[in-house]
Ligand binder design. Structure first.
Ligand code: SF4
Length: 73
């Protein structure tokens, strides 16, 4: 399992992560920022785990995020 960390405060809601990995990401209609599916809030960020098959698309999402607010560990 791999961990995804979303520093949501920095998110500008550009939708790029949703396009890259729609099974993990969606835009929140209330504040326009993206939400990471099934994520738990830990201090200033949101964290979830993904399986290896979901890794590639999420690596693309992290790479293309203009705010660099998606980290994969
Ligand atoms: S790509 Fe980055 S800035 Fe754009 S919606 Fe996703 S997390 Fe937010």
């Amino acid at each position: 399992m791999v961990k995804i960390i979303h520093f949501r405060d920095k998110c500008i809601g550009c939708n790029s992560c949703v396009e890259q990995a729609p099974s993990q990401w969606s835009i929140n209609v209330e504040d326009g920022k993206s939400d990471l599916s099934n994520a738990k809030k830990k201090k200033e960020c949101f964290v979830t785990e993904i399986s290896d098959v979901e890794l590639e698309e999420n690596e693309r999402a992290a790479k293309d995020c203009p705010m660099k607010c998606i980290k994969i560990q």
